[in-house]
Structures are given as structure tokens and as C-alpha cells.
Design a protein around this ligand. Structure first.
Ligand SMILES: Nc1nc2c([nH]c(=O)n2[C@@H]2O[C@H](COP(=O)(O)OP(=O)(O)OP(=O)(O)O)[C@@H](O)[C@H]2O)c(=O)[nH]1
Length: 303
């Protein structure tokens, strides 16, 4: 459950008498026979918190083995509900609390299966990909400042065609501007530049993803993917996100067919790592992308 535009999420504490008593978890529970995940979520949140969910979307899935059981967890984002949150099932929860996404939790311990989910909550849902090579440096920096003022918090610096000195200067400039607004910056394919400019991480091309034998050592690492198999590979390497596309026709490839939303959803669903929709995206498509299982959207032009 998310509030304040996705900046805060709800956790609930397991009561005495249950396995992992005292641990904090996302409110929810087990599917009953014949129920869809959506139906189970709506029923559980009504039983446990006394609320009626009015907007939710599929997000991440994780299988995890505890000493007492193996669980397959479907994490959904709940963004709207009616009613006041209360503890309507004291046998299920001892307390509830709101936490800030991306900040150290002020409650502990949290169920161990949830670690990657907490990290995904810290990942902004809109990624801007730079195209200084096409648009020109001045216009690009001007637009970046504007977008940062309007809430952009995740930037991938692409511009791979420039001579090294120019690329380095641009990456350094973007990182400096972004830092002032606590935005994350990832550098496309160059660990060297990422280190030199003090960026938050690297973004691997599909080719680099295929040849990479271990996760590069940065706080944030993601990759470009075109299929479920490539997303699975990114997951195996322990990366933090994948971009999947092209979803819709783009200005760069107007004739390309793209995955479409159904194709996107089929490949994106069931992963533990968050997947961004790429290709033909614009801010107004964020909700539609999330209804199809996207963490968010990534854009070259629409930001
Ligand atoms: N609700 C919830 N369950 C989680 C999370 N993370 C996680 O590993 N789990 C595990 O997934 C299972 C959820 O089932 P549950 O909440 O209906 O079951 P429970 O253990 O409370 O037992 P119960 O059948 O007596 O209600 C538990 O084994 C729990 O440990 C989480 O964030 N929320």
C-alpha cells in the first residue's frame, strides 16, 4: 500500500503465536482455492485492515524458502482505497506503520524475503534517458533541470557516440545537477566513467548483460532487455531493474512492431526484479504500464 505519491508504504507486524512473530511484513495473505491474486489481495486487505481497495496493479513476484515453508509471493501496488486503516484482525497483526521508500526502516526485523522488494521501493518509477547527441548539450541540460524541478529522480546517461572527453564531461555535469536534487544517475555501459564521475551505477546494454559474469560493484545496476530470457539473466546476476522494449512504435523506429502491452506483460510478469517499459512511452502512459506489470516507464523523448 502506497501513499503520498508512492513515497511511503505500509508494513504490518506479525503477532505473538505465529511463526516469525514480531517480524514486519506487507499486509496480505494466502490465496484461497479458485481466487485470482487480485481477488485475494482485496479480500485480505479488507479482512486485515478494514479497507476496500479501489486501485491496484501487479508488480513483483518472489519465491522464497523458509525453514517452515516455501512461499511464492505476489507483490502488488495498492494506490487507492476507501475506509480508514485499522487492525481489524488482531490475530493477523499486532501493529501497522508507514515507512518512507528508500530510507532506513524505523521498524525491525522485516521478513527476510522482502529485502529486494524494499530496494525496489526505493527505485523511482520514471527514468529519463539522455539524448544529448541528438538534441544538443545545451537544450538537454536545460530540459534536465526542468524535469528535475518537476520531480524526475532517475537518469540514465546514454550518449555513447561522443568522443571520450565529451562523454565524460557530460556525464559529470548530469551527475552534479542530479545530485543537488537527490536523483539517481546511471551511466550506460561504462563502469569507468561511472566511477570517475561518482555516479550511482551503471546501465548495461543487452550485449554487456550477455557477456557479464557477475554484477558490477555499484549501488545500482540495471540492463536493457528484449525478452523474458534476458530479464531472467538480469535477475540471476542480481541486478536492480531491467528495461524491456520496444513496447510501442517509437520516433526512432516508427515501423518496428514492438511487443505491445500484452507482449510486455507476458515477459515482465513473474520477475523479482522491477521492469520498466521502454519504447513510445510518455508520462501519461505510466498507469497503463503499471497495470501491465511494469515498475515504471523509461523515456528518451517523453521526459
Ligand atoms: N503477508 C505477507 N507474507 C509474507 C511477506 N513476506 C513473506 O515472506 N511472507 C510469507 O508468506 C506467507 C504469507 O502467508 P500468511 O500471512 O497468510 O500466513 P501466516 O504465516 O501468517 O499463517 P496463517 O496461515 O496462520 O495466517 C507467510 O509464510 C509469510 O512468512 C509479506 O511481506 N507479507
Amino acid at each position: 500500500m502506497l501513499r503520498t505519491d508512492g513515497r511511503e508504504f505500509l508494513l504490518a507486524q506479525r503477532p505473538e503465536g505465529k511463526v516469525y512473530a514480531g517480524y514486519w511484513e506487507f499486509p496480505g495473505g494466502k490465496l484461497e482455492a479458485g481466487e485470482s491474486v487480485r481477488q485475494a489481495l482485496i479480500r485480505e486487505l479488507h479482512e486485515e485492515l478494514g479497507i476496500t481497495v479501489t486501485d491496484c496493479s501487479p508488480w513483483l513476484t518472489r519465491q522464497f524458502t523458509y525453514p517452515h515453508a516455501t512461499v511464492r509471493l505476489h507483490f502488488w501496488r495498492v494506490t487507492a482505497w476507501s475506509g480508514e486503516i485499522g487492525i481489524t484482525a488482531p490475530l493477523e497483526h499486532a501493529a501497522v506503520d508507514w515507512l518512507e521508500c528508500g530510507k532506513t526502516a524505523h521498524v525491525a526485523p522485516i521478513l527476510p524475503a522482502n529485502d529486494p522488494i524494499l530496494k525496489a521501493l526505493a527505485l523511482p518509477t520514471t527514468m529519463a534517458i539522455t539524448m544529448g547527441e541528438i538534441e544538443g548539450v545545451e537544450r538537454q541540460l536545460e530540459r534536465l533541470e526542468e524535469a528535475l524541478d518537476n520531480g524526475l529522480r532517475l537518469i540514465q546517461v546514454r550518449d555513447k557516440g561522443w568522443p571520450p572527453a565529451e562523454r565524460l564531461w557530460f556525464a559529470e555535469t548530469v551527475t552534479r545537477i542530479a545530485r543537488q536534487r537527490q536523483a539517481l544517475v546511471l551511466i550506460n555501459d561504462s563502469e569507468e566513467i561511472a566511477r570517475q564521475v561518482g555516479a550511482d551505477g551503471v546501465h548495461l546494454s543487452a550485449a554487456r548483460l550477455a557477456s557479464c559474469s557477475s554484477r558490477p560493484d555499484f549501488a545500482w545496476v540495471g540492463a536493457s532487455c528484449h525478452s523474458a530470457a534476458e530479464i531472467a539473466r538480469a535477475g540471476e546476476l542480481g541486478l536492480d531493474y531491467a528495461l524491456l522494449g520496444p513496447v510501442l512504435p517509437t520516433a526512432t523506429h516508427p515501423a518496428a512492431r514492438g511487443l505491445g502491452w500484452e507482449g510486455f506483460s507476458a515477459a515482465a510478469t513473474g520477475n523479482t526484479i522491477p521492469v520498466f517499459a521502454l519504447g513510445g512511452m510518455q508520462a501519461s502512459l505510466l498507469g497503463e504500464a503499471q497495470q501491465h506489470g511494469a515498475h515504471g516507464i523509461a523515456m528518451l523523448r517523453g521526459w
